[in-house]
Ligand binder design. Structure first.
Ligand code: ZN
Length: 163
């Protein structure tokens, strides 16, 4: 079963997600459905708020297999590089975002085991993008006012379509 992807300006995208305290069958099913939804939408990452569930869970696959991560946090980062990012919640918008190009992320897998991921380049990028979603942050919050002005027409169109 696939889930409906919430798009801007849906308020659920702005919530701060709740820490997952109990990795039960229900949330494992959610992770599985999120992965299916991500693959079907040809995305490389998806955060739970994007399917209307404000809890700390992300799934991603940058071509190296599926990663499911509960309660992910960035514990260190280095470098800074621009990269064009898209978002399933902001259809037809691609923005150049500057972020660290290497991160170390800690989280929990579906067995409740703590895992550490050392990521560079695209994987580091996607991890940061998805963890941003758990804070209620979208890529449009990470660009300058002038840049946002340039895409104001597209955002207006999304607001009209989705409200
Ligand atoms: Zn996104």
């Amino acid at each position: 079963m696939t889930l409906q992807i919430r798009t801007y300006p849906d308020e659920v995208l702005r919530n701060k997600s709740k820490v997952v305290k109990d990795i039960n069958g229900k949330i494992i099913t959610l992770a599985k459905q999120m992965a299916e939804t991500m693959y079907l939408s040809r995305g490389i990452g998806l955060a739970a708020p994007q399917v209307g569930e404000p809890c700390c869970l992300i799934v991603m696959d940058v071509g190296e297999g599926l990663i499911e991560l509960f309660n992910p946090t960035i514990i260190s980062s280095e470098g800074l590089a621009p990269f064009k990012e898209g978002c399933l919640s902001l259809p037809d918008i691609t923005l150049e975002i500057k972020r660290p190009d290497a991160v170390v992320v800690k989280g929990i897998n579906r067995n409740g085991k703590e895992i550490t991921i050392e990521a560079r380049d695209l994987m580091a990028r996607v991890l940061q993008h998805e963890i941003d979603h758990l804070e209620g942050t979208l890529i449009i919050d990470r660009i300058s006012k002038a840049h946002r002005q340039l895409i104001s027409g597209k955002l207006k169109k999304l607001r009209q379509e989705n409200t």
